[in-house]
Write a protein that binds this ligand. Structure first.
Ligand SMILES: Cc1cc2nc3c(=O)[nH]c(=O)nc-3n(C[C@H](O)[C@H](O)[C@H](O)COP(=O)(O)OP(=O)(O)OC[C@H]3O[C@@H](n4cnc5c(N)ncnc54)[C@H](O)[C@@H]3O)c2cc1C
Length: 467
């Protein structure tokens, strides 16, 4: 493990460290890092934090190079990692030389920036939060967590490696979309004549455009199960508009009302995007009011359309480039279900039957599901620390990410996309940031409430376990 705190370099302080509340974060992607920032800012007492991840990476840029062709799909104004300072990302950008030299750097709040720039910002904010807390011990462990379980004397055991485990007072699961494997490995010489990108969302469109721009492919087939392609953001940022009257409490009613309000906004020239932004502020309440059958209907039929068509939007210049590439014949869109991806092509099914599409290069950008079937999440459920949600996409959580498991809250949090079955939009940057702050204050209060008696038993057992 790498120790990151001055406390750890002093042998006599090792004892003090054992007395501290122990917190684990499993996963050091975007969610794990902002959780750490929130804990460093929000937990008032000294504590000992261990962050596990064998492949830490903020995946909002997903290997995209720093260029104008690879922009994030959220505006600068929506990407602050400090909920108390909404303009924090803009202020950070204004201090960066590369941005100051950019003649297009006007209206910074409304701009779209490359994912790598955002990653730099998040890491810098993490390092600033860390340097502000010399009373906190932070350890980075480059290991994959294999299981979690209840510790016999209270708290949670985190298992990694073959037999190793540590006891923690609280554990934050931030494993998002899992350890992830690349599917786009091919030895075909570039540019390939025939590339396939499976998926019809913003990720798929970004990859298709990048293949063409980088000269990696001369033609790309996009395979979308709904045939819908992402819509554009407005040029100037759209605000939030709420349709008159309350939103109907049924799924069908809500969608009809939204469609009507969006059509009206288009006619009035104010754009449907503001209506969708307004809807997202109310989505949590609508979701909570739906019956289990309606939620599962949403997952089966409407989610792919909502995800790719309305929720995630393309920067206007990307949208233009996509449609230009389609009209020039550089991108072909097929409506089909991808049944199987092989090294030399893809098996698809359409209304008329099965078909094999040969390809020199295939990239899988379909809607990613969360890591719910991984050994670590399965073990939390088996241990009674957490419960699967009824949609089977994640873990049942409250707004702060607390896993309200079969036996109540026991110190386990499932952060970010792991809560997608309980909280709409919890895979989006602003919503994750808010959740991590709520989690930090909830944990702070909970640590106060853990009886001193239990804490003493736990600490003495930790000492004997870690030697
Ligand atoms: C290309 C792209 C662009 C995006 N653009 C935007 C945007 O513009 N605006 C927006 O709001 N959102 C955007 N998002 C979505 C949002 O950023 C994601 O929801 C978020 O990145 C999810 O982060 P995460 O850390 O929860 O999950 P992940 O990124 O999947 O990270 C999970 C981490 O956990 C680790 N891990 C997994 N299993 C284990 C284990 N057993 N033990 C230890 N570690 C483990 C993995 O190695 C990984 O590092 C984008 C996402 C992508 C992919």
């Amino acid at each position: 493990m790498t120790l990151n705190s001055p406390l750890s370099s002093d042998r006599s302080r090792a004892q003090v460290r054992d007395e501290l509340p122990k917190i684990a974060i499993v996963g050091r992607g975007f969610t794990g890092i902002v959780t750490a920032i929130a804990l460093l800012k929000g937990i008032t007492r000294p504590f000992h934090l261990v962050m596990f991840d064998p492949r830490p990476k903020i995946d909002v840029s997903e290997g995209l190079r720093h260029s104008a062709t690879t922009l994030l799909n959220s505006r600068v104004r929506d990407l602050s990692v400090d909920p108390a300072v909404k303009e924090d990302f803009r202020l950070w950008l204004e201090g960066e030389d590369f941005w100051r030299q950019d003649p297009a750097a006007v209206d910074l709040d409304d701009a779209f920036v490359p994912g790598e720039v955002f990653s730099d910002y998040v890491y810098q904010r993490f390092s600033a939060a860390l340097s502000g807390r010399t009373d906190v011990v932070v350890q980075m462990c480059p290991r994959g967590v294999t299981a979690v379980d209840k510790h016999p004397s209270g708290g949670i055991s985190v298992f990694f490696g073959s037999e190793e485990n540590l006891r923690f007072d609280a554990v934050f699961l931030a494993t998002g979309f899992g350890l992830g494997e690349r599917t786009d490995v091919t030895s075909a010489p570039r540019p390939v004549q025939n590339a396939i990108v499976a998926g019809g969302g913003v990720r798929a469109v970004n990859r298709a455009l990048k293949l063409l721009t980088d000269g990696e492919a001369t033609h790309v087939t996009l395979i979308s199960s709904s045939r819908f392609l992402p819509q554009p953001h407005t040029r100037a940022a759209a605000g939030s508009r709420t349709p008159d009257g309350p939103l109907p409490a049924t799924l069908l009613g809500a969608f009809r009302s939204l469609r009507a309000a969006a059509n009206l906004a288009e006619v009035e020239g104010t754009g449907w995007q503001g209506i969708m932004n307004g809807f997202r502020l109310r989505a949590h309440d609508l979701w909570q009011g739906l019956s289990p059958e309606e939620r599962s209907r949403f997952k089966r039929h409407l989610r792919p359309i909502y995800e790719s068509h309305h929720r995630n939007r393309l920067p206007p210049e990307h949208h233009q480039r996509l449609h230009a590439a389609i009209s020039e014949g550089a991108i072909t869109v097929r409506k089909a279900k991808v049944e199987r991806i092989a090294t030399n092509g893809v098996l698809i099914s359409t209304l008329t039957g099965f078909e094999v599409l040969p390809a020199d290069l295939t990239i899988d950008c379909r809607f990613r599901s969360t890591d719910i079937d991984s050994p670590v999440l399965r073990s939390t459920i088996l241990a009674g620390l957490a419960r699967r949600d009824e949609l089977d996409v994640g873990i049942v959580v409250d707004r702060s990410g607390r896993a309200t498991g079969a036996q109540g809250f026991q110190g386990l949090f499932a952060m970010g996309p792991l809560g997608l079955g309980s909280l709409p939009d919890i895979d989006m940057v602003p919503v994750i940031v808010k959740q991590t702050c709520a989690a930090a204050s909830s944990l702070d209060a909970w640590l106060d409430a853990v009886p001193e008696e239990r804490a003493t038993t736990q600490r003495s057992s930790t000492r004997s376990a870690t030697g």
